[in-house]
Design a protein around this ligand. Structure first.
Ligand code: A5P
Length: 228
């Protein structure tokens, strides 16, 4: 029987939300797993929980607004207490691939300002080696073909992301190139090379940013927590 991945997302989200207490500044992730967090936080805020939240995308800001979750301007604060976000892949070192939803840049900035970054995932996201999921790389449009050629020299073949027959644009108006590297043997080395490539605004390798990962387990109705 196929695993109930939606159930696993919800289990992980509800477990993670238990870490949120009054008066915290909370980073809100983007994507279908993070959506369960938004729903749960909205319920708690409605019951009186006092928090301020920072969204990691325009989409999340829009949903949080509809759910009456109070939002803060990220430029008015110097840190975020706790962020709960999803991932496209994770390994046992809590190295992640993110950006399947295109929100990687704001997600990485929010994660970098966060004291406790909790990643929530269903069990399909756990891998021994990262790389089955194509690595999203956000590029400024001016540099997109240059970056594609440079990535090919590193062994990565990529397509510029499309949405409804047009080029996908990030919240910042940039393109995403989804690159297939095959199994990524050394994420730190690859991240270092991508960090030094002109035209790349952000890549989806999140290294040393997640403190906690909570994975839902549908069969038992429980979660597994990995910590760093
Ligand atoms: C958004 O850009 C991503 O980083 C998401 O966090 C990631 O793609 C996970 O999304 P789902 O929860 O929808 O799988």
């Amino acid at each position: 029987m196929p695993k109930d991945l939606e159930k696993e997302k919800e289990l992980a989200a509800k477990e993670a939300v238990k870490f949120i207490t009054n008066d915290l500044v909370v980073g809100l992730g983007t994507g279908s797993t993070a959506f369960y967090v938004l729903k749960e936080v909205a319920r708690l805020v409605n019951e009186g929980l006092r928090i301020k939240a920072v969204p990691t995308s325009n989409k999340t800001a829009e949903i949080a607004g509809k759910f009456n979750i109070p939002l803060l301007d990220i430029n008015s604060i110097d840190h975020i207490d706790i962020t709960i976000d999803g991932a496209d892949e994770f390994n046992r070192d809590l190295v992640l691939i993110k950006g399947g939803g295109g929100a990687l840049l704001k997600e990485k900035i929010v994660a970098s300002m966060t004291r406790q970054e909790i990643i929530i995932a269903d069990s399909s996201k756990q891998v021994l080696k990262l790389g089955k999921f194509p690595l999203p790389v956000e590029v400024i449009p001016f540099a997109s073909s240059y970056v594609k050629r440079e990535l090919a020299l590193l062994g990565g073949l990529g397509n510029t992301r499309m949405k409804n027959d047009t080029l996908f644009l990030t919240d910042q108006g940039n393109y995403i190139i989804d690159i297939h590297f095959g199994p990524i043997e050394d994420p730190v080395d690859l991240a270092d090379k991508l960090n030094r490539m002109e035209g790349i605004v952000c890549h989806g390798l999140f290294i040393g940013l997640a403190n906690t990962l909570i994975m839902g387990v549908a069969e038992t109705g429980t979660t597994i927590t990995y910590s760093k």
